[in-house]
Design a protein around this ligand. Structure first.
Ligand code: HEC
Length: 156
């Protein structure tokens, strides 16, 4: 990790409590004119997050975060949106980590949706783990786009 991006990522990773990442092969994405994004998700954490997901989230967000049959962009009879996919086919990757954690903690704004609040039901560590699992569902391409969103969110 010599690049500035690498340093920022290291800081972010530690900040998220994902410290302890090992040196498993990571994917480097270097495209012309694009800074390389090093993808480092701790496989142990991702496995923990998968277990949290399968216990608490799968019933709504579907196997592997693929969502439910039907269009997640169409409101149901109550005027609420169905649970969206959390893989890279929908919207989750448009959000920086802090926002994903907030949605999980707080759920839908009161009365405006059907995402439960997990505050008090999951620990902060479990929420971070499940976010790591969600990120593991994204393709390298989408991860790279998310990375830019994350960087922008960290700018002062
Ligand atoms: C009872 C069904 C249900 C369960 C269980 C559930 N969700 Fe959701 N989730 C939703 C719905 C519905 C939305 C859309 C929220 C809205 O429209 O306000 C949502 C939205 C989200 C979003 C925002 C996605 C985006 O594209 O902006 C994230 C992230 C998320 N859920 C993660 C989780 C996680 C992690 C769990 C398990 C800990 C979980 N959800 C469990 C129904 C559920």
């Amino acid at each position: 990790m010599k690049s500035l991006q690498g340093k920022i990522f290291a800081t972010l990773v530690v900040g998220l409590g994902l410290a302890g990442c090992d040196d498993t092969p990571s994917t480097r994405l270097a495209e012309a004119g694009e800074a390389a994004v090093e993808r480092k998700l701790d496989p142990v954490q991702v496995a923990r997050g998968k277990a949290v997901y399968e216990r608490h989230c799968l019933e709504c967000h579907g196997v592997g975060g693929q969502g439910q049959p039907g269009d997640w962009r169409i409101r149901d009879a109550d005027g609420h949106f169905p649970p969206p996919p959390l893989d890279d086919s929908a919207h989750a990757w448009h959000h920086p980590t802090a926002v994903l954690l907030e949605v999980i903690r707080e759920g839908s704004p009161a009365g405006q949706g059907k995402m439960p609040a997990w505050d008090g039901k999951l620990t902060a560590q479990q929420m971070q783990d499940v976010v790591a699992y969600i990120k593991s569902l994204w393709s390298d391409e989408v991860y790279r786009l998310w990375w830019k969103v994350e960087q922008q969110s960290l700018e002062p």
